[in-house]
Design a protein around this ligand. Structure first.
Ligand code: G3I
Length: 336
């Protein structure tokens, strides 16, 4: 590849620098991971542990993977990720207790009465949060509940339990671990727009009702060329902070349409830098998490063929301009 990097030794040293800089800035710098990635490749483990101070399981804590049958909890993959993180003294962020996607086929509202479905969700949340109590201190409790029109989107939970499912989920998670930081997480609501307005209004109501919610996750899945403006992201973070909420960038990637040119990579780097600067500039923003380790591990090419190359490292674990931009932003914060 043609971005500047000389040897494996340089890479290791520079990655270690990234994690150290994040620690020095007091920012959680995280990465979504899979147990398969950890298992398969020493370079995956080394790069991860030297560049980041936090991991979040990309899929292993979702309802489907955890619950192959109504009576089974399948913690193996998530436990492996947690064990790795503990070994490497990294924090673990929990994603996600409840979503409209990646649910098991047995989870159909028509198979349950309302009371039964409520019991399924309560048992799930309490068992999972308790399993990781004291280890996973931050959870996405509810993921992507609001649709593009600003109302609750169709999901088995909405259909089976009504709109109260959101409040109930937060209360059950809080009962299981009163010390955990509980988040609402969504995409397409990073800057100022109709969806972020709707999420802000929704969370304002939850806060007013004393629902135990402590933070909002801005996923930040963006496509190069249609990324939000830094000032809008900063203003969005500020208004959530005014509600007393912590803010985290939870799933950042910057997809390129077609194999990127040098110019596109420089532009991509700038987007990462600006979004990280927004985090560093907001006292209530505490984490900056990327959605995958290298371009080879991203969900984007599989979901949107022709798009991709969205992360900080290329397919060969080489740092890209975006990596250096993140490093520079952290370094100026440390100096400032
Ligand atoms: O593990 C199975 C494998 O056994 C099987 O052979 C293969 C065949 O399709 O599928 C594998 O599972 C896939 C899984 O990723 C693990 O790779 C699923 O099909 C695939 O749907 C799943 O995609 C994940 C997606 O969420 C689920 O909708 C992506 O990896 C993951 O990056 C993505 O993450 C979401 C966040 O949770 C929420 N925000 C949006 C973000 C991107 O969509």
């Amino acid at each position: 590849m043609w971005w500047p990097l000389r040897s494996r030794r340089d890479r290791d040293r520079s990655s270690a620098g990234l994690r150290k800089l994040a620690d020095a800035c007091g920012v959680r710098l995280g990465c979504a991971v899979s147990a398969r990635g950890l298992d398969a490749d020493p370079a995956y483990r080394e790069t991860l542990a030297s560049a980041f101070n936090l991991v979040t399981p990309e899929n292993a804590l979702k309802f489907g993977p955890l619950r192959p049958t109504p009576d089974t909890f399948s913690f193996g993959e998530a436990d492996a990720i947690v064990a790795f993180a503990q070994e490497q003294r990294m924090e673990v962020r929990g994603h996600t207790l409840l979503w409209h996607k990646m649910n098991p086929s047995w989870l159909k509202p028509e198979n349950f009465t309302r009371g039964e479905l409520a019991a399924v969700l309560e048992r799930h949340i309490k068992r999972v949060v308790t399993h990781y109590k004291g280890v996973i201190r931050t959870w996405d409790v509810v993921n992507e509940a609001i649709g593009g029109t600003g109302t609750l989107r169709p999901s088995p939970w909405l259909e089976g339990l009504g709109p109260e499912y959101v409040t109930q989920a937060f209360r059950w998670a809080h009962e299981a671990d009163p010390g955990a930081r509980l988040f609402y997480n969504d995409y397409g609501a990073d800057g100022l727009n109709r969806k972020s307005d709707a999420i802000h209004a929704f969370l304002e109501e939850l806060v007013a009702e004393n629902v135990p919610i402590h933070g909002v996750g801005l996923q930040m899945h963006v496509t190069l060329g249609s990324e939000p403006a830094k000032k809008d992201v900063a203003a969005n973070m500020a208004r959530f902070a005014e509600l007393g909420l912590e803010v985290q960038v939870t799933e950042m990637d910057v997809a390129c349409i077609g194999r990127p040119t040098r110019k596109m990579l420089r532009r991509q780097a700038r987007v990462y830098e600006e979004m990280l600067e927004a985090v560093l500039g907001c006292d209530s923003a505490t984490a900056f998490i990327v959605w995958g380790l290298t371009d080879a591990h991203s969900w984007i090419p599989y979901t949107f063929p022709g798009k991709g190359w969205p992360l900080l490292f290329d397919e060969e674990y080489q740092p890209k301009p975006a990596y250096w931009a993140v490093r520079d932003a952290l370094a100026s914060e440390t100096r400032g």
